[in-house]
Design a protein. Structure first.
Length: 166
Protein backbone atom coordinates (compact mmCIF):
# COMPACT_ATOMS: atom_id res chain seq x y z
CA UNK A 1 0.00 0.00 0.00
CA UNK A 2 2.81 2.41 0.89
CA UNK A 3 4.58 1.76 -2.41
CA UNK A 4 1.46 2.56 -4.40
CA UNK A 5 1.06 5.84 -2.58
CA UNK A 6 4.67 6.76 -3.17
CA UNK A 7 4.42 5.88 -6.84
CA UNK A 8 1.30 7.98 -7.28
CA UNK A 9 2.99 10.89 -5.49
CA UNK A 10 6.04 10.58 -7.74
CA UNK A 11 3.79 10.53 -10.80
CA UNK A 12 2.00 13.63 -9.53
CA UNK A 13 5.33 15.40 -8.98
CA UNK A 14 6.53 14.37 -12.42
CA UNK A 15 3.27 15.62 -13.94
CA UNK A 16 3.69 18.97 -12.19
CA UNK A 17 7.32 19.26 -13.24
CA UNK A 18 6.56 18.26 -16.82
CA UNK A 19 4.99 21.64 -17.57
CA UNK A 20 6.17 25.11 -16.64
CA UNK A 21 3.40 27.50 -15.70
CA UNK A 22 2.95 31.24 -15.65
CA UNK A 23 0.11 33.16 -14.08
CA UNK A 24 -0.68 35.77 -16.71
CA UNK A 25 -3.37 37.58 -14.74
CA UNK A 26 -5.22 37.37 -11.43
CA UNK A 27 -8.24 39.62 -11.14
CA UNK A 28 -10.64 40.25 -8.28
CA UNK A 29 -14.24 39.95 -9.41
CA UNK A 30 -17.30 40.79 -7.34
CA UNK A 31 -20.93 39.95 -7.67
CA UNK A 32 -23.74 41.63 -5.83
CA UNK A 33 -25.92 39.29 -3.79
CA UNK A 34 -28.52 39.83 -1.08
CA UNK A 35 -26.63 41.18 1.90
CA UNK A 36 -23.67 42.64 0.07
CA UNK A 37 -20.97 41.72 -2.41
CA UNK A 38 -19.27 38.38 -2.90
CA UNK A 39 -15.61 38.55 -3.92
CA UNK A 40 -13.91 35.86 -5.99
CA UNK A 41 -10.70 35.69 -7.97
CA UNK A 42 -10.21 34.90 -11.63
CA UNK A 43 -6.89 33.46 -12.78
CA UNK A 44 -5.52 33.18 -16.31
CA UNK A 45 -2.73 30.58 -16.41
CA UNK A 46 -0.62 29.37 -19.34
CA UNK A 47 1.34 26.11 -19.09
CA UNK A 48 3.82 24.59 -21.54
CA UNK A 49 6.71 22.17 -21.90
CA UNK A 50 8.85 24.54 -24.02
CA UNK A 51 8.86 21.87 -26.77
CA UNK A 52 5.71 22.79 -28.68
CA UNK A 53 2.93 21.83 -26.24
CA UNK A 54 1.03 24.66 -24.57
CA UNK A 55 -2.30 25.08 -22.78
CA UNK A 56 -4.40 27.87 -21.32
CA UNK A 57 -6.85 27.91 -18.41
CA UNK A 58 -9.19 30.60 -17.11
CA UNK A 59 -11.01 29.80 -13.86
CA UNK A 60 -12.53 31.45 -10.80
CA UNK A 61 -12.17 30.50 -7.17
CA UNK A 62 -12.83 31.70 -3.64
CA UNK A 63 -9.16 32.59 -3.15
CA UNK A 64 -6.16 33.14 -5.41
CA UNK A 65 -4.53 29.74 -4.90
CA UNK A 66 -7.79 27.89 -5.58
CA UNK A 67 -8.40 29.80 -8.81
CA UNK A 68 -4.80 29.22 -9.96
CA UNK A 69 -5.04 25.47 -9.27
CA UNK A 70 -8.36 25.25 -11.14
CA UNK A 71 -6.87 27.18 -14.07
CA UNK A 72 -3.82 24.86 -14.21
CA UNK A 73 -6.09 21.80 -14.33
CA UNK A 74 -8.16 23.42 -17.10
CA UNK A 75 -4.97 24.27 -19.02
CA UNK A 76 -3.83 20.63 -18.88
CA UNK A 77 -7.13 19.61 -20.46
CA UNK A 78 -6.82 22.24 -23.23
CA UNK A 79 -3.31 21.42 -24.48
CA UNK A 80 -2.42 22.00 -28.13
CA UNK A 81 0.70 21.03 -30.06
CA UNK A 82 2.47 23.49 -32.36
CA UNK A 83 4.07 22.50 -35.65
CA UNK A 84 7.38 24.28 -34.89
CA UNK A 85 9.97 24.61 -37.65
CA UNK A 86 13.53 25.29 -36.41
CA UNK A 87 12.28 27.10 -33.31
CA UNK A 88 9.77 29.33 -35.09
CA UNK A 89 6.23 29.16 -36.44
CA UNK A 90 5.83 27.58 -39.91
CA UNK A 91 4.08 30.56 -41.57
CA UNK A 92 2.68 34.01 -40.94
CA UNK A 93 -0.92 34.51 -39.91
CA UNK A 94 -3.31 37.37 -39.18
CA UNK A 95 -6.16 36.56 -36.84
CA UNK A 96 -8.93 38.44 -35.07
CA UNK A 97 -10.52 37.28 -31.82
CA UNK A 98 -13.25 39.62 -30.55
CA UNK A 99 -11.55 43.03 -30.35
CA UNK A 100 -7.97 41.67 -30.40
CA UNK A 101 -6.07 41.41 -33.65
CA UNK A 102 -2.83 39.47 -33.95
CA UNK A 103 -0.12 39.61 -36.61
CA UNK A 104 2.27 36.67 -36.33
CA UNK A 105 5.35 36.07 -38.51
CA UNK A 106 8.18 33.55 -38.47
CA UNK A 107 11.64 34.97 -37.81
CA UNK A 108 15.22 34.00 -38.62
CA UNK A 109 17.37 32.31 -35.96
CA UNK A 110 18.83 34.84 -33.55
CA UNK A 111 15.87 37.22 -33.71
CA UNK A 112 14.32 36.14 -30.42
CA UNK A 113 10.75 36.59 -29.27
CA UNK A 114 9.55 40.01 -30.36
CA UNK A 115 6.15 40.18 -28.70
CA UNK A 116 4.56 42.06 -25.88
CA UNK A 117 2.78 41.22 -22.67
CA UNK A 118 0.69 38.09 -22.56
CA UNK A 119 1.71 36.89 -26.04
CA UNK A 120 5.39 36.78 -25.02
CA UNK A 121 4.59 34.49 -22.08
CA UNK A 122 2.68 32.10 -24.34
CA UNK A 123 5.53 31.94 -26.88
CA UNK A 124 8.15 31.32 -24.19
CA UNK A 125 6.16 28.45 -22.65
CA UNK A 126 5.43 26.99 -26.09
CA UNK A 127 9.14 26.84 -26.91
CA UNK A 128 9.04 29.32 -29.80
CA UNK A 129 12.54 30.82 -29.97
CA UNK A 130 12.20 33.25 -32.89
CA UNK A 131 8.96 35.00 -33.76
CA UNK A 132 7.60 38.47 -34.48
CA UNK A 133 4.15 39.24 -33.08
CA UNK A 134 2.14 42.43 -33.01
CA UNK A 135 -1.02 42.74 -30.92
CA UNK A 136 -3.49 45.30 -32.24
CA UNK A 137 -6.84 46.48 -30.98
CA UNK A 138 -7.27 45.46 -27.38
CA UNK A 139 -5.15 45.41 -24.22
CA UNK A 140 -7.34 42.70 -22.69
CA UNK A 141 -4.96 39.90 -21.66
CA UNK A 142 -7.60 37.17 -21.85
CA UNK A 143 -8.58 38.08 -25.42
CA UNK A 144 -4.93 38.47 -26.46
CA UNK A 145 -4.01 35.01 -25.14
CA UNK A 146 -7.08 33.50 -26.80
CA UNK A 147 -6.09 35.17 -30.08
CA UNK A 148 -2.61 33.60 -29.84
CA UNK A 149 -4.18 30.19 -29.21
CA UNK A 150 -6.54 30.73 -32.14
CA UNK A 151 -3.52 31.42 -34.34
CA UNK A 152 -1.78 28.29 -33.03
CA UNK A 153 -4.84 26.17 -33.84
CA UNK A 154 -4.92 27.47 -37.43
CA UNK A 155 -1.20 26.82 -37.99
CA UNK A 156 -0.36 24.08 -40.45
CA UNK A 157 2.91 22.19 -40.75
CA UNK A 158 5.20 22.71 -43.75
CA UNK A 159 4.17 19.31 -45.17
CA UNK A 160 0.47 20.17 -44.90
CA UNK A 161 1.07 23.49 -46.70
CA UNK A 162 2.91 21.70 -49.51
CA UNK A 163 0.00 19.26 -49.88
CA UNK A 164 -2.47 22.16 -50.12
CA UNK A 165 -0.41 23.87 -52.83
CA UNK A 166 -0.30 20.77 -55.05
Amino acid sequence: MEKRRRQSNNEGERDRNEFDQKVVEVKRVTRVVAGGKRMRFRALVVIGDRKGKVGMGLKKGADVSESVNKAVNAAKKNMITLPLVEGTVPHGINIKYKSSMLMLKPAKPGTGVIAGGAARQVFELAGVKNVVCKMLGSNNKVNNVKAVFGAFKKMKSKEALRQLRK
